[in-house]
Write a protein that binds this ligand. Structure first.
Ligand SMILES: [Fe+2]
Ligand SMILES: [Fe+2]
Length: 172
């Protein structure tokens, strides 16, 4: 059984993951409209990943006999000045998510809820990957700057990204 404190914190994290999904969907649509199909694809996959993150937590709450409460999802920005700007905003956002996960992990320890701590461990590693992917893309887009051919080639590279079900869902 989940304590109310942990259940509330998990519900808040579910909302944060869904907000992330909403943010990346907005970025995907923005770049689709701008004719950057590869970047749009990258963010569309990120949108799916964030939905999966929320799903992992929703499944977990129910598995522990808790209740998922779906709160409203706040509005997200709808335009970015450049691809580089969008990836910088993404990194900044993922850093915030990392600190949310860390706080949640600390709360689970404090409450001696080791099952929740164990579930969150996956998210701790996932955040390392999210921030690293983002930094790599920031480096690449910084390198090409305004060079049209460079942007065209990177857009093609991002078109190749495919979705992989995160392991906690794939295992179910
Ligand atoms: Fe996430
Ligand atoms: Fe990821």
């Amino acid at each position: 059984m989940l304590s109310n404190k942990i259940q509330d914190a998990l519900n808040a994290q579910i909302n944060a993951e869904l907000w992330s999904a909403y943010l990346y969907l907005s970025m995907s649509l923005h770049f689709q409209a701008e004719g950057r199909a590869g970047v749009a694809n990258w963010f569309a996959i990120q949108f799916k990943e964030e939905q999966a993150h929320a799903q992992i937590l929703m499944n977990y709450v129910n598995q522990r006999g808790g209740r998922v409460i779906l709160a409203p999802i706040d509005a997200v920005p709808s335009s970015w000045a450049s691809i580089l700007d969008a990836f910088k905003a993404t990194l900044e956002h993922e850093r915030k998510v990392t600190s949310l996960i860390n706080s949640l992990f600390a709360l689970a320890e404090e409450e001696k809820d080791y099952a929740t701590r164990d579930r969150l461990q996956w998210f701790v590693s996932e955040q390392v990957e999210e921030e690293d992917n983002c930094r790599t893309l920031i480096d690449k887009f910084s390198l090409v700057g305004d060079n049209g051919m460079g942007i065209y080639m990177l857009d093609n590279e991002l078109a190749a990204r495919t979705y992989t079900e995160p392991s906690p869902l794939a295992a179910q």
